[in-house]
Design a protein around this ligand. Structure first.
Ligand code: HAM
Length: 427
């Protein structure tokens, strides 16, 4: 029998894995440029961290967590998202007692027991960024800019930034009550009626036409924001405009996790169908206290790297797939004796910064040259008995077929300058 990955697990193998790596690196790079520091945190946490952090009324906690009891009797859960765990780590390691805000980023697998479909998986990958310890609206705008610039650096254009404010503990309860009043008068099914009592904002997010129609005139949170929240929201919008970041006010935008306050946002991709959310985030000014910490405001976002890969593929089309390895030089040994020379030669190349590979196993020249072509390398370096005798290597340009002998001692420099020139021409 043969095994398959469990249902809904997203995996990447070459050549597509290069696209995944490109996506993750674009976000890492954008975060580093804004002086965020990398962190690695627990893949599983105490279940109660997510229950208290993500929230008991969220679908994630109610229906989607991978929770289990360890052999030692602890109740743990595979992270369904990063924010609660990152904040837990920041508090545990006392980073909040140092310079604020604490600015960190991370990435890795997250787990939600959802119904798998295109763009929605049970094991998926997020890039996550958090700025913890300031209420300054400039940091809200900064997090959005980091995400926006990463999407753009990947060449993406077909996406929209949706922006809303969810208010704070001052104004949200007033809005919540007004919304509940409105919703209770509607003709809704039993499950939705229950939702009105537990998490009424989520009803606004219901995609069914019969619910949409009835909630068209629902009160919007923007009309209920207190002065402080309104000023905060207006400042974030003005900052985005000054940074040339287009956005749409989305008064119905609510997020799937309970911890959000004030600024909330989502990036929506036009070509992805039902699972169009390529990223989202917002403020969570009460989360620290919810998980037993001191008052500590925070904001951040996460992007679904799987969906970024799909978005790149949909926008770039056939041009999306990069070379699997990025190999630049491929070594070919003619005869057993030359194997050592080839491995030594490509090791020197690698140490000089060139991506190099070689034909392993005993293949004939034809098979080895086929492997060289397939590797995507620009040059093949061939070493046989003759080259060994004359102290040369034979270098074939795989783009135009030209071949020439170069002294072994200067071959590395020769290749370096050729590759540099080819790189400059490509730019
Ligand atoms: P989220 O909206 O639940 O937010 O997830 C962020 C992104 O992860 C989504 O926009 C989507 O691209 C991706 N995603 C979510 N679920 C799946 C899935 N089942 N399959 C594939 N991709 C998925 C959060 O997770 C928050 N922790 C973000 C945040 C950080 N807020 C503040 N800081």
């Amino acid at each position: 029998m043969s095994f398959q990955a469990p249902k809904g697990v997203s995996e990447y193998v070459p050549p597509r894995s290069a696209l995944f790596e490109e996506a993750r690196e674009a976000f890492n790079e954008s975060a580093r440029r804004a002086c965020y520091a990398p962190v690695e945190t627990a893949v599983f946490e105490d279940t109660s961290l997510f229950v208290r952090g993500v929230g008991e009324s969220s679908d994630v906690v109610r229906k989607e967590m991978y929770s289990f009891e360890t052999r030692g009797g602890d109740q743990v859960t595979l992270r369904p998202e990063f924010t609660a765990g990152v904040l837990r780590a920041v508090l545990e390691h006392n980073l909040h007692r140092g310079a604020l805000p604490v600015k960190v980023f991370t990435s890795g697998a997250a787990f939600r027991y959802e119904q798998p479909q295109a763009g929605r998986y049970r094991q998926f990958y997020q890039f996550d960024l958090e700025a913890i310890g300031t209420e300054d609206p400039a940091v809200d705008a900064e997090t959005i800019a980091v995400a926006y610039d990463a999407y753009r650096s990947l060449g993406l254009t077909q996406f929209t930034l949706l922006l809303n404010s969810l208010g704070d503990s001052n104004c949200r309860p007033v809005y919540r009550a007004a919304l509940q009043d409105f919703l209770r008068k509607l003709d809704l099914d039993e499950e939705t009626r229950q939702r009105i009592e537990i998490n009424p904002l989520r009803v606004l997010d219901d995609k069914r036409p019969e619910v949409r129609e009835q909630t068209a005139d629902a009160p919007y949170i923007v009309d209920y924001l207190c002065e402080a929240c309104k000023t905060h929201y207006d400042t974030v919008r003005a900052l985005l405009t000054s940074m040339n970041i287009p956005y749409q006010d989305a008064p119905r935008l609510v997020r799937g996790l309970d911890y959000y306050t004030r600024t909330t946002y989502e990036f929506d991709h036009a070509l992805l169908g039902a699972q169009s959310g390529i990223g989202g985030g917002g403020r969570y000014d009460g989360l620290s206290e919810d998980i037993g910490g001191p008052p500590l405001p925070g904001i951040g976002f996460a992007v679904g790297l799987d969906r970024i890969v799909l978005a790149i593929e949909s926008e770039r089309g056939a041009a999306a797939a990069p070379a699997a390895t990025g190999c630049q030089v491929f070594g070919v040994a003619l005869g057993e004796d030359a194997h050592t020379d080839v491995l030594t030669f490509i090791t020197a190349l690698r140490r000089a910064g060139v991506a190099a590979d070689m034909a392993f196993g005993s293949r004939g020249l034809k098979g080895a040259m086929k492997a060289a072509d397939r590797s995507g390398a620009r040059f093949a370096v061939i070493i046989g008995a003759e080259e060994r005798k004359s102290g040369t290597v034979s270098i074939k340009d795989l783009e135009n077929g030209e071949q020439q002998d170069v002294a072994a001692t200067s071959a590395t420099d020769w290749l370096l300058s050729k590759l540099r020139r080819a790189g400059e021409e490509a730019e």
